[in-house]
Design a protein around this ligand. Sequence first.
Ligand SMILES: *Cc1c(COP(=O)(O)O)cnc(C)c1O
Length: 373
Amino acid sequence: MEKVWLSSPHMGENERKYVNEAFDTNWIAPLGANVNEFEKLLSQKLNNQEVLSLSSGTGAIHLALTLLNIKRGDVVICQSFTFAASAFPLEYIGAVPIFVDSEFETWNMDPVLLRKCIEDCLKHGTKPSAIIVVHLYGMPAQMNEIMEIANEFDIPVIEDAAEALGSSYFNKPCGSIGKIGILSFNGNKIITTSGGGALTSADNEIMKRARHISAQAKEPAHFYLHHETGYNYRLSNVLAGIGRGQMEVLDERINRRREIFEIYKKELGSYEFVQFLDEPEGCFSNRWLTTVLFNKDGLNEKVRKNLENENIESRLLWKPLHQQPVFKNVKYFGNNVSDQLFYKGLCLPSGSNLSNSIIDAVILRIKNILDEV
Ligand SMILES: *Cc1c(COP(=O)(O)O)cnc(C)c1O
C-alpha cells in the first residue's frame, strides 16, 4: 500500500498561479500583493479583525508575548495538553510557565483548574501576566468560562488557534476571542503555506505595534533608526501566494475533514472500547485531525504499530507538557486528565486529500485489530 499520511498538504487550483505572479512581478520579498490578499482573506474568516501574516505559528506566539510586554520572570499560564511550541516561546523570553490541565468535554484548558491556578499564584504574591489557551485538534476550548475568569482577574488571553482555523465557538471564530490569536500554516495544518503563521487582535494599537516590530522596528527616517527591538517575522510574498490559493479552498477542506471524522465515527463508534469526541454545545470544530480514545490498556499503541506495518501513519496524542523532560521543573495544576487522554488516544489519518477508499482501508485494518481484542 502507498504511504498514507496523517495530514499532508492539499493544494487547490490557484496556489501555483499566485506564486508565479510573485515571480512575474519580481515581488520576491516579505511584502507584496499576495501578502495583502492573504491577510484580507484571513481577516474575513476572523470576524474582519486585522490579521498579520508571519513566518510561523511559533514566531506568532513569541510576538504575542512580546506585544503583551511579557518579560523575564513573568508568570504565564499555559495549557499542558498541547504541542510544545505553545510554550517554547516562554523559554525564549525567560518567562515562567505554569501548566494547567484539561477537561474531558473539549480536551482543552479546564476553567476550574485555571481559577485555582490563578488564585494560588495570587496567594503567593504573583499575578500571572497571560494565559495561553489552545483549541487542540480544532476543538474550541470553553472560552466563555475562560474569558470570564481572565476578565475577572484582568489577565490577557492568547488563543493558540494553530490547529483551529475555521473553528468557532458560539459563532465566534477561534483566534478572535482572546486579546491576541495566533494561527499556523505549517505543512500538516488544515491549510499550509509550507511554513507560516499569523497573529490577530481586535486591538488596533496591538496590531500597529505588531506590524512595526515584526519587520525590524524601522522608524520612518531616511536611515535605519530603531527605538525598540525588532524581529524578522514576516511571511514572504512567495509563500503568501500559496496561502492565498489555500484560503479559496479552506471551507472545502473543513467540510472534507468533518466528513472524514463522521465516517470513522460511523464505522468504529459502536465498538466497545472506542470513543470519539463529540462537539459540545456551541462548538464547531474544523476536525483538523480525527482523534479516538481506546479504553483498553495499550490498544492505541497496538493499533498505531499495526497501521505502521501497513504503511499507514497514525500518531499518539500530544504528550502533555508537564510530562516533557524539557519542562520537568515547571509547576503544574491538574488532575491528570491529559495523561489519561495521552495513554488512550490516537490521531487517525485525516488529510482532506484522502479518498473514501483509503479511509475505508484504514477502517478495515482497525476493525480487524478490534475484532481480535
Ligand atoms: C503547529 C502548532 C504550533 C506552531 O506552529 P508552527 O507554524 O509550526 O510554528 C503551535 N501550537 C500548536 C497547538 C500547533 O499545533
